[in-house]
Design a protein around this ligand. Structure first.
Ligand code: AMP
Length: 228
């Protein structure tokens, strides 16, 4: 842990809101690691760890992985040396319990949440986006079958590994994930809204416009980390 201010920036939004896509841009601007709990959990699954094996059933159904497991995984990640200046947290916290655990952890480090970027997308759009989404098994880049001209052999244009449809992007799990988001993550937004930390960005627009709005917010809210 570095000394001084340890602050995290949060990326909040429903499944399919575009958090991962935008976080990849934002992390370059902020120069801090992008920590996506979904990516970390998928990595545990690939490695066959105890956490990965436990998380699998929850994830495939579209349920949330229990709070204690996810909180521990995030705190372990925050301990890594590359996180000394803070991280961009994507997909965490997703429940009020997780938000409270993060508050305790950050205040123990004399830090806090710098900003919560809320990507707002209507539920009907989310269903269309998630059902057409394909993810790379290797670099975890995501594509949409209607928006990208993908190679016929099903490989990733970025790294050449296989593109797959995540099991939880299949229709039955998608509806469940959106319902859980509305029920469990709305209170998280309220939690940060009451502290004036939430910055809503309309996520139902072209990627570039969303990106430029997010960068404007970051220049105002996290100037220490934004280079220009
Ligand atoms: P994502 O890639 O963010 O859509 O996450 C994929 C899945 O990982 C979710 O549907 C959950 O099962 C699990 N997951 C990711 N982040 C969290 C979290 N903060 N709390 C609980 N489960 C999570």
């Amino acid at each position: 842990m570095g000394s001084g201010k340890f602050s995290v920036t949060l990326m909040i939004g429903a499944p399919g809101a575009g958090k991962g896509t935008q976080a990849r841009y934002v992390r370059e601007t902020l120069g801090i690691p992008h920590v996506a709990t979904g990516d970390l959990l998928r990595e545990h699954r690939r490695r066959g760890t105890v956490l990965g094996r436990t998380a699998r059933a929850y994830m495939d159904r579209g349920d949330l992985v229990p709070d204690d497991l996810v909180v521990k995984m995030v705190i372990d990640r925050l301990e890594q040396p590359d996180a000394a200046n803070g991280v961009l947290l994507d997909g965490f916290p997703r429940t009020l319990t997780q938000a409270q655990a993060l508050d305790v952890e950050l205040s123990a480090r004399g830090g806090g949440v710098a900003a919560a970027l809320f990507l707002d997308v209507p539920p009907g759009v989310l269903v269309r986006r998630l059902s057409g989404r394909r993810m790379c098994d290797g670099c975890q880049s995501t594509y949409h079958v209607d928006l990208h001209d993908l190679p016929a052999d099903g490989t990733c244009p970025e790294c050449g590994e296989h593109l797959v449809q995540r099991r939880d992007d299949q229709r039955s799990a998608v509806a469940r994930r959106i319902a859980i988001y509305l029920d469990q993550t709305t209170p998280v937004l309220d939690h940060y809204r009451s502290r004036g930390l939430v910055h809503r960005v309309d996520g139902n627009r072209p990627v570039e416009q969303i990106r430029s709005d997010l960068l404007c917010v970051l220049r105002r809210r996290v100037p220490a980390l934004v280079a220009s």
